[in-house]
Write a new protein. Structure first.
Length: 399
């Protein structure tokens, strides 16, 4: 008689799969025009420049490129990231940085190094879905901070900090996922001061900051003196170079950065040597800023195409925002509509979006939805909106 195998860890059984990843699988048919994914447009990948970088790295120093490397990351890549941060007003040394497998791994390392079961993490409401998964795996208690069209409310944040005594605040201040909102500079300063007064860490996630199409850049929270010793800045090459390279970085105060290095040693030893070397070579040989200028122009046109057509595509009484950059528009259907119930109807019309409900740590707004505008051309967006209008004109299935 065969014995029953031991069960999974409680955290593996209690944390659900990402609804966004499951929707992407559902909409993988090529005929579907999907506003669901947060995927950069592949037609703007600099394939020639990236191929040349890999070729040069493998031709000039293949033994190093294909060997194990240090956990902290490629020195040339860390220097390039530090230089880009300095150019945007945040003094950074290469040794301030840890290279990671995308900013998602940076968040996982940070959560593992910081959080014990039962610790409180404060998040914007709604917030990035994979961050909710990440924090749930640690056994932390996730508490939403009331948010409005400009992001988290500092007064509500301070009330929660006093009441809940959190260890960490997680924010995406610039072109937030899923809402596309940007936290104003004055609120950023207030967040920094609250963290200083009450003693908590801030995880400042910035995967979209270089995708600004209009308006003025806001300073990083990490740049405010009140938060300089307690803010971890996370960044990524996924949205500006290529997500398949899985390269991100973490900038943190020394003691916490060292803890993240040790955590990474236990996780994967180091990020791919050859991918780091190719990225460093690409940044040295190519003009990433010129490339981003082209990408931003195209993405701005796609954002405008989606905004121009939403009034005819969504039911009367719907509302939506106008982000100054990033990849997402946040919309809300009229009261009584359920975006999750309507999604199968939309998919049947070969168009898709992401319902907003899974992004909420608190009570969800069933009428909300996230629309990504970067993957499709303006003409495809127009066609997708025609399909969406037909789908949303049909009564939703009753629960």
């Amino acid at each position: 008689m065969r014995a029953t195998l031991p069960g999974l860890a409680a955290r593996a059984a209690s944390v659900g799969a990402s609804p966004v990843r499951e929707i992407l699988a559902l909409t993988a048919r090529p005929e579907v025009i999907s506003f669901a994914g947060g995927l950069p447009a592949p037609d703007f990948f600099d394939t020639d420049g990236i191929r040349a970088a890999y070729d040069r790295v493998l031709a000039e120093d293949p033994r190093r490129a294909l060997q194990y490397s240090t956990t902290e990351g490629d020195p040339g890549l860390r220097m390039s990231v530090a230089n880009r941060l300095c150019a945007r007003g945040l003094t950074t040394e290469p040794d301030d940085l840890l290279i990671t497998g995308g900013s998602q791994q940076a968040l996982t390392l940070l959560a593992t190094a910081l959080l014990e079961p039962g610790d409180v993490v404060l998040v914007e409401d709604p917030t990035y879905l994979a961050a909710l998964q990440c924090f749930a795996f640690t056994g932390a208690r996730i508490v939403p901070v009331p948010s409005d069209e400009e992001g988290i409310d500092p007064a509500a944040l301070e009330d929660l900090v006093i009441r809940e005594r959190p260890k960490l605040l997680y924010v995406i201040p610039t072109f937030q996922n899923p809402t596309g909102r940007t936290l104003p500079a004055a609120r950023r300063a207030q967040v920094a001061e609250i963290a200083e007064r009450h003693g908590l860490w801030i995880a400042e996630d910035d995967p979209y900051g270089e995708l600004r199409y209009e308006g003025e850049h806001a300073p990083w929270i990490a740049s405010f003196p009140a938060a300089a010793d307690r803010t971890v800045l996370l960044g990524s090459f996924s949205k500006i170079m290529a997500p398949g390279m899985r390269l991100g970085w973490l900038r943190a105060p020394a003691a916490l950065r060292r803890a993240c290095v040790i955590t990474k040693q236990a996780a994967d030893l180091h990020t791919s040597t050859v991918d780091q070397a190719a990225a460093a070579r690409y940044l040295a040989d190519s003009d990433l800023d010129a490339h981003l200028t082209r990408v931003r122009g195209a993405y701005r046109d796609r954002r405008d195409a989606l905004l121009d057509g939403l009034g005819d595509a969504l039911p009367p009484g719907s509302s939506w925002n106008r982000p100054e950059g990033g990849m997402f528009i946040w919309a809300r259907l009229p009261q009584g509509h359920d975006a999750t119930a309507l999604l199968p109807v939309a998919v049947a019309h070969d168009v898709a979006y992401v319902p907003g409900a899974p992004f909420f740590a608190g009570p969800p707004d069933p009428a909300s939805l996230r629309l990504s505008f970067v993957t499709h051309t303006p003409a495809e967006i127009q066609e997708g909106l025609l399909r969406l209008a037909k789908a949303l004109a049909i009564p939703a299935p009753q629960p």
